[in-house]
Design a protein around this ligand. Sequence first.
Ligand SMILES: C[S@@+](CC[C@H](N)C(=O)[O-])C[C@H]1O[C@@H](n2cnc3c(N)ncnc32)[C@H](O)[C@@H]1O
Length: 433
Amino acid sequence: MPRVRAARAIAAVITGDSTLDEALERHTARLAGRDRALAREIAFGVCRRYFELDALLAQLLQRPLKARDADLRAVLLAGLYQLRHLRVPDHAAVSESVAACAALGKGWARGLVNAVLRAHQARRAELEARLDEAERLAHPRWLIDALRADWPADWEAIVAANNAAPPLTLRVNTARTSRAQWLATADAAGIEAHPCALAEDGVTLAEASEVVRIPGFADGLVSVQDEGAQLAATLLGCGGDQRVLDACAAPGGKACHLLERHPALRLGALDASAARLERVRQNLARLALEATLLHGDAADPATWWNGEPFAHILVDAPCSGTGVIRRHPDIRILRDAEQVAAAAALQRRILRGLWPCLAPGGQLLYATCSVLACENEGTIADFLSATPDAHEIDPGVAWGRARAHGRQLLPTPDRHDGFYYALLVKDGVRELA
Ligand SMILES: C[S@@+](CC[C@H](N)C(=O)[O-])C[C@H]1O[C@@H](n2cnc3c(N)ncnc32)[C@H](O)[C@@H]1O
């Protein structure tokens, strides 16, 4: 029953037990095609509209549900989502939600679910009139405040992009084919796609598709990767058999892209999470690429570095993910302002820790999928002011917005996610080897 599986996945996210991707994997992997698609649509939709739906639900309930009834809350949120945002007949949305109670072993709640969903239909305009700005925009208040402070002229466009469905963008494996060749194959298979404007190896599909239906996916000719993420491999400017470190590598999207473009690189792929490092190993294996996997804290090289300097370092730092909310709508539920501050502190520690690993004249590319200044130009400003042999260099690109340091892409409908890049160089004579 897709609605019950969706409710279980939503409950795992709203209780903070799990990310949406993990919860969907756990609860919907064994559903058949259309049922799985419906469960995913409902779970994604509830996370995307959570702050709106939850505020409506609070008005409709006479008293809050108990903590142990998070699954029931999820059924109600899913019912409201279907009534408000899906083309499901109202009676079906209500009756299926009522039926889900028994499947969850909570038959006692059937009357409650029926009454709440019917009351929503009867009082919809009055309930909506009481939503505040952040609830209407389906974002947490702290995030609306932060976006408005950092992007006074753009915050509403960022919010609108966050609330829209993202495009499906692929990276063509140029070690095996060319972008033009792959586009011709896709065209012959009846799949409409176009080249990305900014990413040399990127193509965006006109319509979402299951990856198994994408020509060449199983053979490693293409991988799923946003256009903004694909810019790292060109900005890093490495080549030949240089020693390169991808300091926050998992699940390996950017590491694989670097190796597809430069198969002779001696790439170290470091990550603090052993479980996530396993995903790097799987992705390298799928694409028949090789890297040295390193497990450790990028801020503490003593535990994983052999002392040989790297010519280039990519720091795709752990961050709030506020540039990729449209792909990971649970970010708005799972993150808070304190976690952003903690991520910003970790980014500063990682840059400080890694700097001695960079060769004189070497380059470090700092990247995040955040749109918040404290994790982007703020991190770089603090690092530069504390590091006399570090300087920013101009990557010579015209895309995005120039910030006090680095460049920012904002999430854009039908195009790239929100990404930030800054390129730094270390004083000294650059070794070309
Ligand atoms: C934004 S993700 C990297 C995405 C990856 N570069 C890609 O393109 O697929 C950030 C990664 O940093 C890792 N991480 C977090 N703290 C770290 C630390 N102190 N040292 C190294 N890696 C860390 C996380 O486990 C996570 O896999």
